[in-house]
Design a protein around this ligand. Structure first.
Ligand SMILES: [Zn+2]
Length: 132
């Protein structure tokens, strides 16, 4: 599967200003403003930029951090992880493998009974497709 590449102007046309800021400029939405609550609905979250399937609702958990949190991506190949030293922190950035959209960060403080990972994702970077 090849990379989706668009110019800055093409992304700006496709995305809302907030979606553009988060996914293409590595922004962060304000906590407790998005789709952070856990609902018992079957479905898949897709990349808002390119439509790639990224996370499953089944893997979402209540992390009390104000952002949607997952204990794993849909598949290891769905996302890429990069060292991120910005803002004086050592974090691991998570991006969409298909289009390089910034999604959020992954932290090693997820649920110990599953993976121990917390994929802390901006909800403006993902769209939910119920029933998938
Ligand atoms: Zn994407």
């Amino acid at each position: 599967m090849g990379k989706v590449q668009k110019t800055e102007a093409e992304w700006r046309e496709k995305l809302t200003p907030e979606q553009y800021h988060v996914t293409r400029e590595k922004g962060t939405e304000r906590p407790f403003t998005g789709d952070y609550q856990v609902e018992p609905v079957q479905g898949i979250y897709h990349c808002v930029c390119c439509g790639a399937p990224l996370f499953e609702n089944e893997h979402k958990f209540e992390a009390h951090c104000g952002w949607p949190s997952f204990d794993r991506p849909l598949a290891a190949a769905s996302v890429e992880e990069h060292q991120d030293g910005s803002h004086g922190m050592r974090r691991i950035e998570v991006t969409c493998r298909r289009c390089d959209a910034h999604l959020g960060h992954v932290f090693p403080d997820g649920p110990a009974e599953t993976t121990g990972q917390r994929y802390c994702i901006n909800s403006v970077a993902i769209t939910f497709h119920a029933g998938e």
